[in-house]
Design a protein around this ligand. Structure first.
Ligand code: PEP
Ligand code: MN
Length: 360
């Protein structure tokens, strides 16, 4: 379990695979200072962004190739392996020149199969370990597709990094954790090592440890964390970077649960609770089936009267009412909204089947 899936990568991997370092390399001093502070932390590699593809132009866009030379110096000084993000073939070339130990593909790049294919060609034959961040949108196909393009180019040390996805909803975090995505990736590619990037999910330093712990509870193999010696002065992502001290404190506090337990009592209790869950799920599905029956009948009478399937005012009322009731039952507004949206979408589909069939 855990970091063992990184064995064979030629990188230090304790039980937990950790990557840490600044969002961006900013100066030789900053790179060296951060790497020195992390030298004995047991991390698998020291990260720093060299080319920073920001969502919008005008911000700090990275120091470029000279930053790689600073990272190589940091490796010499500390013995830490080094890794950075590549977004185009020229970046791969520059990394190869400095003997970078690992590269990753950023969330913006994973979104484009053209860009990923170009990187796969540039990486072909290098044998470099490559990590792929999930795309900006919640499209697991693009994530898996990128991993497949790299595998097809003969790269066999591949891993994934989950960094959450952007959302238009107002929320606590910079990026929605969207845990269902990495959970689905683990189900489909059980041998693929997968890290969590709590920094980009959180967007705020004080929220990073809780997300890192959640990743442990979800059996991630490790973490990639942004660490800066003076976060408020960082040129990019200042709000979410931890100081080296806070990073080490966080790592020391992480609890790593295992997937199972030998306790007989526990197995009994869990078995009974699972039976309850199975039964409740059965009831839920039956209820949903009944709801759909009613909905189909509504579809029938709407068709008769030439009334539209979508009833915007009614839908607005339902959503507000169910979110309020869900909150009273300790469920998040986000969850209830998504649940009701799924149910509503299926209800519309069922009404439309009738309409389209009836029209034939
Ligand atoms: C980064 O790791 O600094 C970065 C730019 O992340 P992402 O691609 O997840 O936005
Ligand atoms: Mn960053």
């Amino acid at each position: 379990m855990g970091g063992k899936r990184f064995s064979g990568w030629g990188l230090p991997s304790g039980d937990l695979f950790l990557a840490a370092g600044p969002c961006s390399a900013e100066s030789e001093e900053q790179v060296l200072e951060t790497a020195r502070a992390l030298a004995d932390s047991g991390i698998g590699f020291f990260r720093a962004g060299i080319w920073k593809p920001r969502t919008r132009p005008g911000g700090f866009e990275g120091v470029g190739a000279p930053g790689l030379a600073w990272m190589a110096k940091a490796r010499e000084a500390t013995g830490l392996k080094i890794g950075t993000e590549v977004a185009e073939p020229a970046h791969v070339e520059a990394c190869l020149e400095q003997g970078v130990d690992l590269v990753w593909i950023g969330a913006r790049t994973t979104t484009s199969p053209f860009a990923v294919q170009a990187l796969a060609e540039a990486l072909r034959g290098t044998g470099l370990p490559v990590l792929v961040k999930n795309p900006m949108s919640a499209d697991i196909g693009l994530w898996i597709g990128a991993l497949e393009r790299l595998a097809n180019a003969g790269l066999d040390r591949l891993g994934a990094i989950h960094r959450g996805v952007g959302s238009s909803l107002e929320m606590r975090y910079r990026n929605a954790p969207a845990w269902r995505m990495p959970i689905e990736l683990m189900r489909r590619m059980p041998d693929l090592p997968i890290l969590c990037d709590p920094s980009h999910i959180a967007g705020r330093a004080d929220l990073v440890p809780a997300i890192a712990q959640e990743a442990m509870d979800l059996l991630f193999d490790g973490l990639m964390v942004e660490v800066h010696p003076e976060p408020p002065r960082a040129l990019s992502d200042a709000a979410q970077q931890l100081t080296p001290t806070r990073f080490l404190e966080m790592v020391a506090r992480l609890v790593r649960p295992s997937e199972s337990s030998d306790s007989v009592d526990f197995a009994k209790q869990l078995g009974a609770l699972r039976e309850s869950v199975d039964e409740i799920d059965g009831q839920l599905l039956e209820l949903l089936g009944r709801r759909m029956e009613v909905v189909r009948e509504m579809g029938r009478i709407k068709t008769e009267q030439n009334v539209s399937t979508l009833q915007p005012h009614r839908w607005q009322e339902i959503l507000q009412d169910r979110v309020r009731r869900g909150e009273a039952l300790s469920m998040s507004a986000d969850f209830v909204q998504q649940l009701m949206q799924s149910i509503h979408e299926e209800a519309i589909r069922q009404q439309e089947i009738r309409r389209v069939d009836g029209a034939q």
